[in-house]
Design a protein around this ligand. Structure first.
Ligand SMILES: O=C(O)CCC(=O)C(=O)O
Length: 383
């Protein structure tokens, strides 16, 4: 929303200038929640579009005791390799998410990545508007709320985002934000380091699945890397809205970092739980591609983000999937011939899967359920 538009809105709708936005404020045409909070810094009630139905709201939740895995056990010659492989395998099948420590990504690089993301969100709205697009397959895209174009849905989420493709860099780096000036250099270095770690994990996962041929590592090696930086400003009424709705990621493995402000929640055993940040650790999520590839042995984790009254939260998630033109389906070696171990998912071109998942306003694991040959899973709700 431009300053002129704000002034004109301020002049029309009845409102308390300090504590409420104008009644005719329309978030589908606005420049996001960061800009909203900067424009109305004394806001005490959120605009009605952001108030979500009770069923979608987060209730107070218990702390998740996520598996914590020391990845130094995967280093060449480590005596602990078999133990670490087993720990990764159990975490992927029981939780679909774990915390990784001794992951090989320098603490300073993580801090620099978060600072680069923050620097991008601090740019003037015009710079961010230049990267906004309604096309969910655009290789660089800035926006607010869900990934789907805002006009397509009624509820709005308290988040601004920047998404862009990473590896292979030569195809995308020239499209990335050119500001802050260090953005491209830092982001590239971070994405290289994350990809290296993910490929080590993929090898360990293949080992855990006793796959003779490592199709998983090959698929991720030749595949795509998509980064999402999320900005959740402080929110005057966090209990009435959410930063991000519950969803699973479309790729194989996602690596998530944040600025130390809590907000991530994961769904485990049907219940939502808080995954409070642990300094020095990274969150690794199993995504839908890995669930399909393993024929359901590993489960993609449903997760969401809540917001808070005092502090801005920034997170950066980097997803790794197969090539966009790959047909995804259960790996033949993981499908048995008898009825009990037959294929549990159909096949689809990954690009079409990404497009349908990103365009949909239905969240949870609905995109994966549509591919399931077992029928619908347990429905996902708030709470
Ligand atoms: O901000 C978070 O913790 C969650 C981010 C996320 O789920 C995403 O970017 O897809």
């Amino acid at each position: 929303m431009t300053t002129d538009l704000i002034s004109s809105l301020s002049a029309v709708g009845p409102h308390d200038e300090q504590h409420q936005v104008p009644l005719d404020y329309d978030p589908s045409t606005c420049d996001g929640v960061k800009h909203l909070m900067e424009t109305f810094p004394d806001l005490q009630t959120i605009p009605p579009h952001y108030v979500l139905p009770e069923a979608l709201l987060a209730k107070p939740v218990a702390e998740a005791q996520l598996p914590l895995i020391d990845l130094s056990g995967l280093e060449d010659g480590s005596q602990c390799r078999a133990f670490t492989v087993q720990a990764i395998s159990s975490a992927c099948s029981e939780w679909g998410v774990f915390r990784a420590v001794n992951h090989g990504i320098a603490e300073q690089l993580v801090a620099d990545m978060l600072e680069a993301a923050e620097g991008f969100f601090a740019l003037p709205v015009e710079a961010k508007r230049a990267l906004s697009s309604g096309d969910v397959m655009n290789p660089v895209r800035c926006g607010t709320g869900l990934n789907a174009p805002a006009a397509a849905y009624a509820g709005h989420y308290w988040r601004d985002f920047l998404r862009h493709h990473g590896h292979p860099f030569h195809s995308h780096i020239h499209l990335w934000p050119s500001h802050p000036p260090t953005y491209r250099e830092v982001t590239r270095e971070y994405l290289v380091a994350v990809r290296r770690m993910v490929l080590r994990l993929a090898r360990a996962i293949s080992e855990g699945l006793a796959l003779q041929e490592d199709q998983l590592t090959r698929a991720l090696q030749e595949g795509c890397q998509i980064m999402a930086a999320n900005y959740y400003p402080r929110c005057p009424e966090p209990e009435k809205t959410m930063g991000m709705a519950g969803h699973s990621d479309h790729g194989g493995l996602t690596v998530l970092i944040d600025n130390g402000v809590g907000g991530l929640q994961v769904r485990h055993g049907g219940a939502w739980m808080a995954a409070t940040p642990v300094h020095g650790s990274l969150i690794v999520n199993v995504g839908d591609y890995l669930e399909v590839f393993t024929n359901g042995r590993y489960k993609s984790v449903e997760h969401r983000a809540v917001v808070n009254k005092r502090r801005t939260r920034i997170s950066v998630g980097v997803g790794h999937g197969p090539g966009l033109d790959t047909i995804i389906a259960p790996a033949a070696q993981l499908v048995g011939s008898d009825d009990d171990h037959g294929p549990r998912y159909g096949s689809v071109v990954y690009k079409d899967y990404v497009k349908s998942q990103q365009s949909s306003v239905a969240r949870g694991k609905t995109a994966l359920e549509a591919l399931s040959l077992d029928g619908p899973n347990e429905p996902s709700t708030g709470g």
